[in-house]
Design a protein around this ligand. Structure first.
Ligand code: T1G
Length: 690
């Protein structure tokens, strides 16, 4: 059997190499291999110093997350690390890539750390719903102090080599030869007394530091437990000796390890890594050097800014010279803000302004573009007219994409002579900030065109999810379904502010009515009118939103909508409430009250049901893809794992029982078709993954 840990030595220096692709996660075999190596080293008097290094693309990226659902198998990582630290020979960790979680804790157990200039370290455990469990909460404060440890541990953020050197995490930074630098440091320290973090006293701390941080961290966590638990543990152990602190860390870690939140966050972690597994994965994407964008509104300029930030050249098309100039200025405005936020260097901004961004009123300027994204007004005829033009000017192999959020991409493709090279690229606003991208695949699209969309997504740093063609694709289709439920709820007796409060209690950043007020109520109004001819006449239709719009109350921009904004602080709008009351009377609905839980139960079941239909129709490839969309595009709390994960946790029988109970009540319209089968399939896929 090959072991993932090897030991070699020459001239008194031993090199331990961990080789466990892809990311050198510390599996049971790695832990055992390290423990065995330590035993050999301790017993070999010819070895005077040790370098701990990793093969492949990175230092150890953490514990093996796939082992978390199973009972822990010895030896435990914290014991292995204690064994390394206790050696009476100096150990240097040679870090390249990312030393994360248990990987960084392993490095903290070593006596010295050398980082390659391009390396990062971090304790991302809280992002997985847990806390560091192999001494990170005890060794890091003893190394860099409490304040910096609170920051790193409760945020999970990564620290680069330069910052690590400044904080005192790295003893040296290697510009080139990492092992050479590690060896040099080891030789300098070979006769020095061995520094062990566990020997140091606890970091001195003023209690008010914790009180101040707690409020801030709890607010930011929005219902997620792990960052707060991590802070509480740091506070509780701040004055404990090392062994006591380690024991407390182990207890808190064990309590969180298989908690619901940890399961949900692990699910999303793996789901985000599965989205790239698409049927077109083997197709060759077209190399995209220049990007064309048609339409210089909010979406178009956001997409242009996103591409410029990623180092691409962009040609932005508007209808006339003045609009083109306006669009150019808006795009540059977004980038200026990026410079202010430290996301773009001034020199890069200058290069963009000097030539990398070209704005024009002539489609002919798109002749060289490899990919053109249309981001014009959301109207089929308008988009089809643009695609006819694009088809004439773009080179034959160029991929044409539409940023539509609802329209039929196939019907747009059909007006071109190259329907096999037309896809949807649905960005979320603001496009240079939001991570989600739906790559919409109409039936005729060739694999190369789809692969090109995914390659662009990667280049822009987006989370790209494959979606089939339907009204709203994955995300907006689910949004429509739960918005409808929210309308049923207010007609049945809940106040819009109660529904919004329930959303926020659940962990969403904003309620559904506040959100509509912010976006402008006319958007949904136009969409409902467009869909009216195809609406099932049996479907329950709530007119409240239309009636509010008819009064000219189009939301925040009009000063009124579901809320009234005239006094600065939004308050429930009297007229909206009167319309709701009148509609209840007109329909003979006896108003009832709803608890926050009842409200979210309905909303969640609406999401799950629509998600099941989306799977049933093959619009999404996997139920995890739906969760990735909801978490990254719609503010669904990451620590709940997404609606489909919640369905899985509830159990099929329970989900069905609850949906059927609501469906029997005739205030509810839907077809639970396919739900059982699809959820069963999804469950089987999860089980296969093991
Ligand atoms: N365990 C198991 N598999 C992992 C893994 C891990 N820790 N990290 C990555 N993978 C798999 C991933 O699923 C994918 O698999 C492949 O590796 C490449 O990943 C005791 C308890 C390291 C920065 O949170 O952040 O230590 O899809 O596509 O973009 O206190 O992976 O190919 O089959 O993401 O180059 C803490 C998680 C664990 C680090 C590399 N560690 N990983 O990014 O590749 S908790 C983490 C990452 C812990 C201790 C506690 C990234 C990366 P497949 P990838 P990448």
């Amino acid at each position: 059997m090959t072991t993932p840990v090897s030991l070699s030595h020459a001239d008194g220096i031993a090199v331990i190499t961990i080789d466990n692709p892809p990311v050198n996660a510390v599996s049971q075999a790695v832990r055992q291999g390290l423990a065995d190596s330590m035993a050999k080293i301790a017993a070999d008097a010819s070895i005077r110093g040790i370098i701990l290094s990793c093969a492949g693309r990175t230092f150890v990226a953490g514990a093996d997350i796939r082992e978390f659902g199973k009972p822990p198998a010895p030896p435990m990582l914290r014991d292995v690390i204690a064994g390394i630290e206790a050696l009476d020979k100096p150990v240097v960790a040679a870090i390249h890539g990312t030393a994360l979680g248990g990987g960084f804790e392993l490095a903290l157990g070593c006596h010295y750390r050398v980082m390659h200039r391009s390396a990062f370290v971090g304790l991302p455990e809280v992002t997985l719903g847990i806390i560091p469990g192999a001494g990170g909460t005890q060794r890091l404060p003893r190394l860099i102090g409490i304040q910096a440890s609170i920051d790193m541990i409760t945020s999970g953020r990564r620290v680069d080599a330069a910052e690590a050197l400044k904080l005192g995490i790295a003893d040296a930074v290697a510009e080139g030869d990492l092992l050479g630098s590690a060896r040099k440091l080891l030789m300098e320290k070979i006769a020095a007394p061995i520094p062990r973090l566990s020997d140091r006293p606890p970091a001195a701390t003023a209690p008010e530091i914790f009180a101040k941080a707690r409020q801030q961290i709890a607010t930011r966590a929005r219902g997620q437990i792990s960052p707060v638990s991590a802070l509480d543990l740091l506070a509780e152990t701040a004055h404990m000796d090392f062994a006591q602190g380690m024991a407390r860390e182990a207890e808190i870690f064990a309590g969180l390890r298989n908690s619901g939140q940890a399961r949900a966050l692990r699910h999303i972690f793996f789901a985000e890594r599965e989205i790239g597994k698409i049927p077109e994965a083997d197709a060759r994407p077209l190399p995209v050097a220049g990007l064309g964008v048609v339409g210089g509104g909010l979406m178009g300029t956001g997409i242009a800014a996103s591409a410029l930030l990623a180092g691409m050249n962009v040609t932005l098309i508007e209808r006339d010279a003045a609009s083109a100039e306006g669009a150019r200025n808006r795009a540059l405005g977004l980038l200026k803000a990026s410079v202010e936020r430290g996301k773009l260097a001034q020199a890069d901004y200058d290069a963009i302004a000097a030539g990398r961004l070209h704005a024009s009123a002539s489609y002919a300027d798109l002749a060289e573009a490899d990919l053109v994204i249309e981001a014009a007004f959301e109207d089929l005829a308008v988009k089809q007219a643009i695609f006819r033009e694009l088809d004439k000017v773009a080179k034959p192999e160029a991929v044409l994409a539409t940023n539509t959020s609802y329209l039929d991409v196939g019907a747009i493709a059909a007006v071109t002579a190259r329907p096999e090279r037309v896809i949807g690229l649905h960005f979320f606003s603001p496009a240079h900030i939001m991570k989600l991208l739906e790559v919409v695949v109409p039936p005729k699209a060739r694999p190369e065109a789809v692969a090109t969309g995914f390659a662009l997504g990667r280049r822009l740093g987006k989370i790209a999810v494959r979606a089939g063609v339907c009204d709203g694709f994955i995300g907006n289709r689910i949004l429509s379904a739960y918005r409808k439920q929210a309308d049923y709820l207010i007609e049945d007796g809940a106040a819009p502010a109660e529904v919004d409060a329930a959303f926020k209690n659940f962990g969403l950043p904003m309620g559904v009515f506040e959100m509509q007020d912010m976006a402008g109520l006319d958007i949904g109004w136009a969409n409902r009118r467009a869909l009216a001819p195809r609406r099932d006449p049996r479907e329950r239709y709530v007119e409240i939103g239309d009636l509010i719009c008819e009064r000219g109350h189009l939301g925040r921009k009009a000063g009124r909508g579901y809320y009234n904004y005239s006094g600065g602080v939004p308050v429930p709008d009297d007229e909206a409430l009167a319309i709701i009351a009148a509609e209840r009377t007109r329909k003979g609905i006896v108003s009832r009250s709803f608890t926050s839980d009842e409200i979210m139960d309905r909303i969640l079941l609406a999401m799950i049901n629509e998600g099941a239909r989306i799977l049933d129709e093959g619009i999404a490839l996997r139920s995890g893809d739906i969760d990735v969309v909801m978490v990254n595009g719609y503010g669904f709390p990451r620590w709940r794992g997404g609606p489909m994960h919640m369905a899985d946790e509830m159990g099929l029988a329970e989900v069905l029982r609850r949906i059927e109970a609501l469906a029997r009540d005739d205030t509810w319209f839907w077809k639970p078709s396919g739900l059982l089968k699809q959820l069963a399939d999804a469950k089987r896929r999860f089980a296969d993954k093991g």
